[in-house]
Design a protein around this ligand. Structure first.
Ligand SMILES: Nc1ncnc2c1ncn2[C@@H]1O[C@H](COP(=O)(O)OP(=O)(O)OP(=O)(O)O)[C@@H](O)[C@H]1O
Length: 359
């Protein structure tokens, strides 16, 4: 196992990067702790696969250094880095049996005898493949084949890190949540460093202890699922994580208090704001907006069912403000008032949380 460090790593696929857009990965410095479960989360094209391939050694960074347990591996091959990687689509040998597919990475590394049988059966049982070990892989469904791929990634006990690149894409939706929880359980059992790439927040938040949120080739926040929910350091994180995402409203700050639509709004961080030339916004998640007898006047414009809650979409001061209402509560008609929880309201300047690190 290994702790992995990226020190000022940048990557461009073109030969002479000059502009900001030329970098598929802008400067990234981060640590993946030994034995941690991480997710790289962000929309398509934000640089997740590029970052993963830099760690695995499939790509060499244009700039910067990659260390495994303090050792510089920037120029080391994927084989020398001793990693296992599971891709989006199954990578298996169709003509081999399920058993031989699972045993392959072990035999390839010189493992012999009873150790192979023990590991193969252990992994097959975890992935519920034990009933089909003697079948040829070609006869399996797409789900079954991807399970073999996962098994091949998990079977070796000597790897430094196991990396998953959108591994559940071809999996049937019903099986997805089973495998998602299974991977989490596997991580708790084997405590190997794992990095899981996805654009799906549910997958990231279920699997990872810490999530690395990316946008436009940059890491915007690294945090636990709770930290990303409660203290989004960037409005992008607020939008991208949560369903629905955080309300982001234009505001000003006067004497350390945020002003939205002429109303004073208490926040966790406006008191420390010294003012500047930046664009200031107020962020509050729908979970922390409530209906009140007085406050900011709004009109209810849409109500949708979300299980135990209803999502109530309101319009106030030309902005959409969403809130969650317990299903037993009555939906107001016409004009209503909303209130923001001061402990969960925060201001942002140019997208970044004001005094983020200090709060
Ligand atoms: N082989 C390549 N050659 C040139 N540009 C590339 C190459 N691979 C990726 N890119 C570009 O680098 C940027 C980051 O791509 P990357 O595949 O790392 O993003 P991603 O977040 O993994 O996206 P997705 O979820 O769609 O796989 C994108 O602008 C992409 O077009």
């Amino acid at each position: 196992m290994a702790g992995i460090t990226l020190d000022k790593v940048r990557h461009s696929y073109g030969p002479k990067p000059t502009n900001d857009e030329d970098w598929a990965l802008k400067e990234v410095s981060l640590d993946f702790a030994d034995g941690g479960a991480y997710a790289l989360l962000g929309p398509s094209g934000c640089g997740k696969t590029t970052l993963l391939n830099l760690v695995s050694g499939l790509l060499r960074p244009t700039e910067g250094t990659i260390l495994f347990d303090g050792l510089d591996v920037t120029d080391a091959t994927p084989e020398a880095r001793n990693i296992a990687q599971v891709f989006q689509f199954p990578v298996i040998y169709d003509t081999m049996t399920v058993y031989d597919n699972l045993a392959f990475p072990l035999r390839n590394r010189g493992v012999t005898g009873p150790d192979i049988d023990r590991r193969v059966r252990e992994i097959a049982s975890m992935l519920e493949l034990d009933g089909m070990l003697t079948k040829r892989a070609s006869g399996l469904t797409a789900d079954g084949k991807q399970k073999i791929s996962l098994g091949r990634g998990l079977v070796r006990s000597d790897v430094n890190v196991i990396m998953f690149d959108e591994p559940l894409t071809v999996i049937d939706p019903h099986l997805k949540w089973v495998l998602r929880s299974k991977l989490k359980e596997l991580h708790s059992r084997i405590r190997r460093t794992m990095i899981y790439v996805t654009h799906d927040q549910t997958e990231a938040l279920t699997f990872a202890d810490r999530v690395v949120v990316m946008q436009d080739g940059e890491v915007v926040q690294i945090g636990t699922p709770v930290e990303l929910f409660e203290k989004p350091q960037h409005t992008f994180v607020g939008h991208f994580i949560g369903s629905p995402g955080m309300n982001v409203l234009p505001c000003s700050v006067e004497d350390g208090v945020a002003i939205f639509a002429g109303h004073r709004v208490e926040t966790i961080n406006a008191a420390g704001y010294r003012g500047g030339a930046g664009h200031v916004e107020l962020g509050v998640r729908p979970e922390f907006v409530t209906l009140a007898d007085e406050g900011i006047p709004v009109e209810v414009i849409k109500v949708s069912d979300a299980g135990r809650y209803r999502i109530v979409e309101t319009a106030g001061a030309g902005e959409i403000i969403k809130l969650l209402l317990p299903e037993e509560d009555a939906v107001p008609e016409g004009t209503a008032h909303v209130r923001f929880d001061p402990a969960h309201s925060q201001i942002y300047e140019n997208g970044w949380m004001v005094n983020g690190a200090a709060s």
